[in-house]
Ligand binder design. Structure first.
Ligand code: NAD
Length: 321
């Protein structure tokens, strides 16, 4: 298969992630068939895509005529057969539960063309263990970040049986969508970003639970320091500026004690007990009560678009420094 042979994409699962992924593909001109077991998800999916496009137009990242053109390229269909018919790429974005993924892979295997590539959006699962073995050579993890129509990173994880030609098709295809795919050469739980976030989470809970800092000040500290610095230097290049000798000495600083592993941090547990789950219940770390959930999400996306748009120069493939 050549990249120009890709004409139709099937997106299986129209929950939180599916609609944004479908939107990016359709905006780039591909025919998209969305499918979900739960047809009640379709009106919301359509609404979310239309709202997302409105925001892109407002940010100058899409033209007003793109709204109708993109919507016309997305068909939300009744059956898996209709979705997979003629699709060169199958995007699996169903619930993150092993039995659900496994059953969906068996269904896909029965229907999809033998040449079709299967891209899983799993965040954590080793889906290579769940896939029908005959499909492994054309299966790859293609992990988008929420909101997928805004954030450029896509983690692409090659399985031990994934054919090199599948990797060689997937990466340029995603770049053609304006994304920044990064290849992970073998499955490791959490890939890159969720591994890093896990460590940052542990330190966040430690600092907050021990009363060293408020959530507001912790967030300000991050936004005013490592967030912009990371945009210029990432994580690895930063050591060239710190100096690797100093980095080595820091590793052996005996006064620095790592936060203990704590799977029951008060910061999380106390809020879960009160049903303070975040924007879905109107209150979590911060209080959003009295505001419409969709408006809060829209504002978040508006700010994210502003940031991503103005920092594009940091995402050029050629090195900044
Ligand atoms: N939510 C995020 O922030 C996020 C970010 C990156 C990756 N992911 C990954 O993307 C995938 C989807 O996550 P989500 O948050 O969109 O989940 P979700 O629960 O919001 O949506 C999943 C959808 O799958 C549908 N589904 C379940 N069984 C099905 C079946 N047999 N056939 C067709 N559809 C079926 C459900 O009806 C639901 O609409 C997961 O693997 C998740 O780990 C999620």
């Amino acid at each position: 298969m050549d990249i120009t042979d890709i004409k139709k994409i099937a997106v299986i699962g129209m929950g939180t992630m599916g609609p944004g992924i479908a939107q990016v593909m359709a905006h780039a001109g591909y025919e998209v068939a969305g499918y979900d077991l739960n047809k009640d998800s379709y009106p919301l999916a359509r609404q979310v895509i239309a709202n997302n496009l409105d925001l892109l137009i407002e940010a100058g990242m899409a033209k007003p005529e793109d709204l109708d053109k993109t919507m016309a390229k997305i068909k939300l269909v009744d059956t898996m057969e209709e979705a997979l018919d003629g699709a060169q790429v199958v995007v699996e974005a169903v619930s993150e539960k092993r039995p659900i993924k496994k059953a969906v892979y068996e269904e896909i295997d029965k229907i999809a063309s033998p040449d079709a590539m299967i891209w899983s959006n799993t965040s954590t699962l080793n889906i290579f263990d769940l896939m029908v073995p005959a499909r492994l050579p054309r299966t790859i993890i293609v992990h988008w970040f929420a909101p997928p129509q805004v954030l450029p990173l896509i983690e692409v994880v090659q399985g031990s049986e994934t054919l090199p030609e599948v990797v060689d098709l997937t990466l340029p295809f995603l770049e053609g969508l304006g994304k920044r795919p990064v290849l992970i050469k073998n499955y490791v739980p959490g890939f890159i970003i969720n591994r890093l976030l896990r460590i940052l989470g542990r330190e966040t809970y430690f600092l907050l639970d021990n009363g060293y800092v408020t959530p507001e000040d912790l967030d300000m500290a991050v936004k005013a320091s490592i967030a912009p610095r990371m945009m210029v230097l990432g994580l690895a290049q930063r050591y060239d500026f710190t100096g690797l000798d100093l980095t080595y000495a820091n590793l052996h600083n005996e006064e620095f004690v790592d936060a203990p592993v704590d799977d029951e941090p008060e910061f999380v547990v106390s809020r879960v007990k009160k049903n303070h789950l975040g924007i879905k219940t109107g209150i979590g770390v911060y209080d959003y009560r009295g505001r419409d959930k969709a408006d809060v999400i829209k504002d978040r996306d508006r700010y994210l678009l502003k940031v991503v748009n103005s920092l594009q120069f940091c995402l050029e493939k050629k090195r900044l420094l």
